[in-house]
Design a protein around this ligand. Structure first.
Ligand code: HEC
Ligand code: HEC
Length: 452
């Protein structure tokens, strides 16, 4: 080998080495500042305080001690959430087997509805990402028979990081809800099972959304062996019922984690995963913007409830507003206070996760804001939308942040792109055992989804 060839070889080897190891890039001063800031916000745990586990690392995912996550439950739960043959308790005969949980929580819109108000039974169409779903014609589907709720469907992304479920936290018997289970026993009887929020939602949700998962269903659509594998020790006469279905659904929901977001890669050591502007945005999030005071931990949420004065559904802007004000038997308008009965909890709603927000264009519990920048500007400006909310209830951070235009721009870039896992479609199955179209199976959705 002559000298010049040898030199080329060395250069080539060096180039390959640099390219193949993305983690060798050395941290910039900004990376070091951000790391230091995060350590101070991490309750002494360091960066790992913010890291989401891999979705197959079950031991590291928060779970209900009464429902340990297993592979068999997750496989079954993933199918059930998307299986439109679960829609067996429809009010109308012609809508039977056309909807599922994923109808209001489709992967295509980041497991939120893609429209302001999710429509289960009584909706038709899907569009590209759930945004094309409309209420069925009134002559075939009376308005009051449609499955809708008076509040925006929250995403299923990162739901493992909450002990209680719903905007007002009404579902779940453990932790912060334990003192209120008996007082609400007649309106939320599902809490008497004693499970956490997601397991309880699985039970209550099957009833509320007219699903039929029982011995007949498992026989007809081939799910028997899946229940046998997931729940081998449940007596046969209880094995194929709604409680086990709920446990499988909750186990699966806990694995829907946005661990491929650039922010997560940065936390794992890839300093190139975020742009300089996004890192500046993260600095704002964890410092001057005070966002971390509520949106924290791996999912950037918390088990707390706060008021920001967002509007509830506006009748004129909502596809269906039947005057119904209850979700799972509890009025939604006064938020957490409707469940606890405590005045200081009025108008307070759960702290949502902030990942993959751009997949779904409606923000706040009433979907009253339609861009991420507008949410940040709203929190910064401090002019409440809903005049009914007393100022004394509203979060102390409201209108006190003094963020500059540039800070807002960087913060929004961090939220929109740094917190975006581009691959959440991995959580939807390719098909379900019935062979039905998923996540919807009505005639228009079948066309939209390419099932016909
Ligand atoms: C008609 C649309 C619709 C259908 C169908 C539906 N959901 Fe929801 N889901 C919602 C709405 C709306 C909420 C919020 C209700 C509230 O907060 O009062 C919600 C809340 C949730 C939550 C709580 C999330 C959180 O952050 O607290 C979970 C979990 C959930 N749904 C899972 C499911 C499962 C599992 C099914 C099937 C058994 C299902 N959903 C079917 C609309 C729907
Ligand atoms: C005092 C606690 C608190 C602080 C501080 C806070 N948030 Fe929130 N955030 C919430 C709560 C609670 C909601 C839901 C309120 C509702 O829907 O009524 C929310 C909603 C949001 C939403 C809408 C998400 C959705 O899915 O609808 C975004 C975006 C958001 N916050 C971003 C931020 C940013 C950025 C900051 C910092 C500038 C911040 N928040 C500071 C508690 C907080």
């Amino acid at each position: 080998m002559n000298n010049s060839k040898g030199l080329l070889l060395i250069i080539a080897v060096l180039l390959i080495a640099c390219e193949s190891d993305e983690y060798t890039s050395s941290p910039s001063p900004l990376d070091r500042d951000l790391t230091q800031l995060l350590e101070s916000r991490s309750q002494d745990e360091g960066l790992s305080f913010f890291v989401l586990p891999n979705e197959t690392d079950y031991a590291s995912i928060p779970q209900d001690p009464l429902n340990p996550i297993t592979r068999e439950k997750v496989i079954l739960g993933q199918l059930l959430v998307h299986e439109t043959a679960t829609g067996g308790n429809s009010k109308m005969p012609n809508t039977r087997h056309t909807y599922a949980c994923a109808t209001c929580h489709p992967s295509a819109s980041g497991f939120s509805a893609g429209i302001r108000q999710g429509i289960g039974e009584g909706g038709i169409g899907f569009g590209f990402a759930g945004e094309g779903r409309l209420a069925m014609d009134e002559s075939t589907m009376p308005r009051d028979s449609i499955d809708v709720q008076p509040i925006k469907p929250p995403t299923l992304l990162n739901v493992a990081y909450q002990e209680v479920a719903l905007w007002n936290g009404a579902l779940g018997a453990q932790g912060i809800n334990a003192p209120y289970v008996q007082q609400n026993a007649t309106i939320v009887p599902e809490n008497l099972f004693g499970f956490q929020g997601l397991e309880t939602q699985g039970i209550a949700g099957q009833k509320a959304h007219r699903l039929k998962i029982d011995a007949e269903f498992v026989e007809e659509f081939g799910y028997k062996s899946y229940f046998d594998a997931a729940f081998p020790s449940t007596p046969i006469d209880e094995r194929y019922g709604p409680v086990n279905a709920a446990l499988a659904i909750a186990a699966f929901n806990r694995t829907i984690l946005t661990n491929q977001a650039p922010w997560q890669e940065w936390l794992r050591g890839n300093t190139n995963a975020l742009s300089e502007d996004q890192k500046k945005g993260a600095m704002v999030f964890f410092d001057k913007g005070k966002c971390f005071e509520c949106h924290t931990g791996p999912a950037l949420k918390s088990n707390e409830f706060h008021a920001w004065g967002f509007l509830d559904f506006i009748p004129a802007e909502t596809i269906i507003f039947s005057g119904r004000r209850k979700s799972f038997n509890i009025p939604t308008q006064r938020g957490r206070g409707e469940f606890t009965g405590r005045e200081q909890d009025n108008y307070k709603f759960k702290v949502p996760t902030l990942y993959n927000l751009k997949m779904n264009k409606f923000y706040g519990h009433g979907g009253s804001i339609t861009s991420i920048r507008a949410v940040v500007e709203y929190k910064n400006a401090g002019v409440k939308q809903n005049a009914d909310v007393p100022d004394a209830q509203i979060a102390s951070q409201f209108g006190t942040l003094n963020l500059t235009d540039e800070e807002i721009t960087n913060l929004v870039d961090f939220l929109e792109n740094g917190l975006y896992d581009p691959n959440v479609a991995r959580y939807a199955p390719d098909s379900v055992l019935s062979g039905n179209c998923i996540p919807n199976n009505d005639p228009q959705s079948r066309i939209d989804l390419g099932c016909d």
